[in-house]
Ligand binder design. Sequence first.
Ligand code: 4NP
Length: 173
Amino acid sequence: MKREIPEVARELAGKDKVRILFVCLGNICRSPAAEGVMQAVVDNNRANKRFKLDSAGLYGGHAGELPDRRMRVHAFQRGYNLTHHSRPVRMSDYDNFDLIVAMDHSNYDRLRTMAPTLEDERKVVRMIDFVKGFPQCDCVPDPYYDGAEGFELVLDLLEDGCVNLFDILSVKQ
Ligand code: 4NP
């Protein structure tokens, strides 16, 4: 699969406020990590006022939980403190966010299908499209049933993708 920066992301570069929702299945591994990594990029660039970040899951079975302990430990080793509590995706998210960033193809397809309008459907993009390295990956893979290397790969992909996403949203290209 060829990666392509979605036009909707470039269009946000001129906006005063950018609201991003990161989405995976359980909202306990990949998407809270994406939120935490992106928050660090935003903080490092002193861009806090411009960005609103959140994350959510398509499966509500972990609602209320902190991220998976393995994800928290691997993230903490890189300096990220993940404190988000899992919540399911809501229909109001399509109104309340400018960009809805899916971790894998299944998340992407479901979020697109659920979108109430075509404009909302355009807001749904894939995280992997912002990743510059890791040509062997075609999504941010679910680490839930993997060992440590799965969690490390998720963080590697997110660190690469979030820096690029921030740059695209910040520079009118
Ligand atoms: P996530 O990982 O989508 O990255 O949060 C998962 C967490 C839980 C489950 C699946 C994936 N689960 O089936 O419970």
